[in-house]
Design a protein around this ligand. Structure first.
Ligand code: ATP
Ligand code: MG
Length: 181
C-alpha cells in the first residue's frame, strides 16, 4: 500500500521555516495548541495533490497559502510543499520505490508541479492518483461535516464515491474526454 512518508513545506501558510514532518506506516496523531498549524498540514496535503479551490483549504484566494508574514518576519514570495510517498508496492504507476510530488506557487500566480523532481502538468498528477484512492477528490481526507454529507447524499451522489473506490472513474473520465474530440 502507498503511504505518506514525509511532508516538506516551505513558505506554506504558517510554515515560514522549512519544515520536514516524517510519518510511519501506522497511525499518526498530530497534537498541539489551537492555531499551531495542525490543520495547515492537511491543507498542505490537499494542496500538493492539486486542490484548485482556495476555499477548500480555508483561504479566499490561492495566494493566501503563501506565508503572509508576522510582526517580526517579512512575507514570503512563494510556497512549496513536497510529499514523499512510499511506492515499494507499486501502488502508483511510477517505477520507483519512492514517489515525490511537489507543488510550488509564486506571488505572481505562476504555479509549478513536479513528480520525482521532474516538471509535469497538473493533469499528470491528477491522473497518477486517479483511482488510487489518494487523489484530491478521494476520501483520504475526511473533514468535519463530510461524514454528514455522505450520510445525507442522494443515491446517485453516493454512487460517484463507490465508483472512485472501485476504480472505474478513470475509464469514465477517459470516455468523456474521447467523446469531446
Ligand atoms: P485548531 O486547534 O484551532 O484547529 P490548528 O492547529 O489546526 O488549530 P491551523 O488552522 O492549522 O491551526 O493554523 C492556523 C494558523 O495558521 C493561524 O495562526 C494563521 O494565522 C496561520 N496562517 C494561515 N495562513 C497563513 C499565512 N498565509 N501566513 C502566515 N500564517 C498563516
Ligand atoms: Mg484545526
Amino acid at each position: 500500500m502507498v503511504y505518506l512518508k514525509s511532508i516538506e513545506a516551505n513558505g506554506f501558510k504558517s510554515f515560514a521555516n522549512k519544515v520536514d514532518v516524517s510519518f510511519d506506516s501506522g497511525l499518526t496523531a498530530v497534537v498541539g495548541p489551537n492555531g499551531s498549524g495542525k490543520s495547515n498540514i492537511t491543507d498542505a496535503i490537499r494542496w500538493v495533490l492539486g486542490e484548485q479551490s482556495a476555499k477548500t483549504i480555508r483561504g479566499v484566494k490561492m495566494e493566501d497559502v503563501i506565508f503572509s508574514g508576522t510582526d517580526s518576519r517579512k512575507p514570503m514570495n512563494s510556497a512549496s510543499v513536497k510529499l514523499m510517498l512510499d511506492n515499494a508496492a507499486r501502488g502508483l504507476a511510477v517505477d520507483s520505490d519512492e514517489v515525490s510530488i511537489t507543488r510550488k506557487l509564486y506571488r505572481n500566480g505562476d504555479s509549478e508541479y513536479f513528480i520525482n523532481d521532474e516538471r509535469v502538468r497538473l493533469k499528470e498528477i491528477t491522473e497518477l492518483f486517479l483511482d488510487s484512492g489518494l487523489g484530491r477528490n478521494a476520501y483520504n481526507i475526511i473533514s468535519q461535516g463530510e461524514v454528514d454529507t455522505l450520510l445525507k447524499a442522494r443515491p446517485d451522489e453516493r454512487r460517484v464515491l463507490i465508483e472512485e473506490v472501485a476504480g472505474v472513474m478513470k475509464y469514465k473520465i477517459r470516455r468523456k474526454e474521447s467523446e469531446k474530440r
